[in-house]
Design a protein around this ligand. Structure first.
Ligand SMILES: Nc1ncnc2c1ncn2[C@@H]1O[C@H](COP(=O)(O)OP(=O)(O)OP(=O)(O)O)[C@@H](O)[C@H]1O
Ligand SMILES: [Mg+2]
Length: 313
């Protein structure tokens, strides 16, 4: 019986390879490509697994790329609920140019979903038993309505599950309007959630967070601030965690690892304060590796210890 479900409407395969040099017109010899399954909720489920927990990933998949995607998750032993989609699962290309060590990311258009397909995804969540946390993360592909996470908020409420949302734009606004358990915006996402006419500064966050909580958008608000860490707010709690300085290789997947850290900690009975520490540690752990690599448990726990002692990493 799954107790954590993650939902991803726009999953993708990241196909990474290297070339000595990117030269136009010439046939370039690529290294053996590495395939990684990606997309917000997929990454959260994978990162929860890495941290020692278990989450079931609900997602649409189609075509031969969908089959390859499913096989990648099976290899990582991630429990899944797959909704068959008519269109092929998206495949993105990541090319590392050896000469410059520069990485080029080519993102293909998102795979459109039909009404039946996204409704089947919602149904899969509705049908799941004993769900403690539902995590919705990532952007929405064409065909999926902006109020999808608001609809999920209602489903979560009827299931008495805690709904965690990490998204942006209109989808975030509509979810917040319905009211969810936990929102994890970064500063840009928070600015647009409250219709701020400027990018919010750190000293403005507290007042804005209180407003978000008072108007019932969420019970818990975690505002992430990149290398400055994150702040957590509830109606009677405020806590800030700053990670130690680290040598950052790539920030891709930091947000997803942070959400995974928070949900993993909460699902194992930890307090909100501890969950914030775990989230910051997991987010920062994800930055220690190049490419799309997520947090490892060892590095997350080392960072957690450093956060407690205030030592350097
Ligand atoms: N440059 C960095 N140095 C150290 N830690 C970082 C850095 N960037 C991100 N992190 C860690 O990851 C967490 C989440 O990062 P961030 O605030 O950038 O989220 P995000 O904008 O949602 O990221 P994403 O682009 O992955 O969605 C931070 O709170 C921090 O713990
Ligand atoms: Mg993010």
């Amino acid at each position: 019986m799954p107790s954590v479900l993650t939902l991803t409407f726009s999953p993708c395969i990241d196909k990474s390879t290297t070339v000595p040099e990117l030269i136009p017109s010439k046939k370039l010899k690529c290294s053996q490509p590495e395939l990684d399954p990606g997309g917000g909720g997929i990454n959260v489920a994978r990162a929860i697994k890495k941290l020692g927990g278990m989450a079931t990933a609900v997602y649409p998949a189609g075509g031969y790329t969908g089959k390859a995607f499913n096989a990648l998750l099976a290899k990582e032993n991630i429990p899944v609920i797959i909704v068959e989609s008519a269109n092929d699962t998206r495949e993105n290309i990541v090319i590392l140019e050896e000469k410059t060590s520069k990485q080029y990311r080519f993102n293909m258009p998102a795979t459109p979903l039909s009404e039946n397909e996204w409704k089947e995804c919602l149904q899969a969540v509705e049908n799941s038993k004993d769900v403690e946390f539902i995590v919705a993360s990532g952007s929405l592909p064409p065909g999926v309505p902006d109020d999808i996470y608001a609809r999920l908020a209602i489903i979560a409420r009827t299931k008495k599950a805690k709904f965690v949302v990490d998204t942006s734009g209109e989808a975030l606004k509509q979810a917040a309007k319905e009211g969810v358990y936990l929102l994890k915006p970064n500063l840009g996402e928070l600015s647009s959630l409250v219709n701020s006419n400027h990018y919010l500064q750190e000293n403005e966050i507290e007042a804005v967070a209180k407003q978000v909580i008072t108007r019932g958008n969420c019970e818990v608000l975690v505002v992430s601030m990149g290398d400055k860490g994150a702040m957590l707010f509830t109606s009677d709690l405020m806590k800030k965690i700053v990670p130690p300085p680290v040598e950052v290789k790539s920030t891709v997947g930091a947000g997803d690892s942070m959400v995974a850290g928070i949900v993993y900690a909460l699902s194992t009975g930890k307090s909100l304060e501890t969950a914030l520490e775990y989230g910051v540690a997991a987010g920062t752990a994800a930055t220690l590796h190049p490419g799309t690599e997520l947090c490892s448990k060892i590095e997350t726990e080392r960072l957690l210890a450093v956060i407690h002692t205030g030592e350097t990493y």
